[in-house]
Design a protein around this ligand. Structure first.
Ligand code: ADP
Length: 413
């Protein structure tokens, strides 16, 4: 507009000069050709002194999509918003160069040089193909992608086109690459299906043996009372094993339901440990183990659920008797010193547990030796139940074991 006004002003000036010359010429008595030549010279001089006028860009009311080199940065608001997200996000230009990467992406995939092609950091052909397709078709896409290093992770990677306003005030078509971490969901799914498979397997084995014995009693051993008696004894053991397993499974599912509720009853561990020891005396006698309690004077109170704590110490002391029977001695230490957490440690002098098994002991159905556990009427769920109960009690289980020397399980409240 300003330039237009200037031009008009210049043209008016030329017109005025021309009129002035014509008037002076008339007054001075010049002839028509002289006046015309003078006017022509004046016009050329004035016009040649004028600046060339560049076409002004048309004012844009709304941003228009433009392609620019991939060297600019996003608006600070956009970067700040994406940085606050806890899922990895990258913003790419139409040539697949990285314009921005948020903190979560930096943590997951390492730092990317801004302006570098995405393939400098992510080499997965799947992601690169998907991105190529999104850029070509302008349509969102997603794929599943797994990373092995630094740790195993599974992501749903999504590429989507977006029109973003960048610094210059223009909107640009950019591409957002986001990574939804589904590793935890996958792990839980796998655990659930492993659990169902394990539970079914544990129940199927005694069921198959029961079926076999029933068929034998109905058929070949129909009239063999002695064999029948022996088979019925085994069948009784198998059904007891199945009920133990079902009880443990129910225990676990009940504990899972209330895992977020912390118990608030005051429980004195001194009489509780005495009660557990008394209940286990017949078993200890059967396996030839002596159980010794080392209890402090007075009370040792913790906030808890009495029945669940009985279950914890029954499990640990029973395991110490069963798996540490070679050591012939199981000791239980209760520590209740002022200023330190209450601790109960169950120690046996058995064969110990090889180090590689220790971190997995509290997994459901995990056993160092399946045969050993079965022969000792184990279900493989005892320590999983212990861990669940202790989590609800905000307590920790610490396992120390040395092969050939024995094992200690400490519960720290
Ligand atoms: P189980 O029903 O088989 O006893 P647990 O969950 O209680 O299941 O224990 C898991 C496994 O941990 C056992 O099968 C056994 O191999 C091992 N274990 C537990 N306690 C001890 C111990 N005191 N000494 C050696 N091994 C043990």
């Amino acid at each position: 507009m300003e330039r237009l006004m200037a031009r008009l002003r210049r043209q008016s000036f030329v017109l005025l000069v021309a009129i002035a010359i014509a008037v002076i010429a008339a007054v001075a008595g010049m002839n028509g050709w002289g006046v015309l030549a003078l006017l022509l010279v004046m016009t050329i001089v004035v016009l040649s002194s004028a600046q060339p006028i560049e076409p002004k860009p048309i004012a844009k009311e709304r941003p228009v999509v433009e392609e620019e080199p991939a060297s600019r940065s996003l608006l600070p608001e956009v970067s700040a918003t994406l940085s606050a997200l806890d899922i990895p996000v990258m913003v790419l230009a139409g040539d697949a160069s990285v314009l921005f990467q948020n903190k979560a992406a930096e943590k997951a995939f390492g730092e990317v040089v801004i302006g570098a092609h995405i393939s400098a950091r992510l080499r997965s052909p799947g992601i690169l193909d998907m991105l190529r397709e999104t850029i070509a078709t302008n349509a969102p896409n997603q794929i599943e992608h797994s990373e092995r290093l630094p740790s195993e992770r599974v992501y749903i990677v999504r590429s989507a086109p977006v029109e973003l306003v960048v610094h210059s005030g223009h909107a640009e078509r950019l591409y957002v690459l986001s990574f939804r971490d589904i590793s935890e969901v996958r792990r839980i799914d796998r655990m659930r299906s492993d659990f169902v498979a394990n539970a079914s397997h544990e129940l199927r084995t005694p069921l198959a043996s029961l079926r076999g014995f029933i068929e034998t009693i109905q058929g070949p051993a129909k009239n063999d009372l002695k064999a029948q008696e022996r088979f019925l004894g085994i069948m009784f053991d198998q059904t007891t094993r199945m009920s133990r397993l079902v009880d443990d499974l129910l225990s676990l599912s009940r504990l899972e339901l209330k895992s977020h509720i912390a118990p608030d009853e005051k429980v004195d561990l001194v009489p509780l440990l005495g009660h557990v020891r008394d209940a286990l005396l017949p078993l200890a006698r059967d396996v030839g183990v002596e159980m010794v309690l080392h209890l402090p004077e007075g009370k040792a109170e913790v906030l808890g659920d009495r029945d669940e704590l009985v279950q914890v110490f029954e499990n640990l002391m029973e395991n110490a008797c069963k798996y540490g029977q070679e050591g012939k001695l199981v000791e239980v230490f209760l520590k209740n010193d002022a200023g330190t957490p209450v601790e109960v440690t169950v120690v046996d002098k058995g064969p110990g547990i090889p180090a590689e098994h220790v971190p997995r002991l509290t997994e459901r159905f995990y056993r160092v030796s399946i045969e050993d556990s079965r022969s000792k009427k184990g279900t493989g769920l005892g320590l999983a139940i212990v861990k669940h109960i202790l989590t609800r009690h905000r307590a920790r289980l610490i396992v120390k074991s040395e092969v050939g020397k024995g094992t200690s399980f400490t519960v720290r409240f």
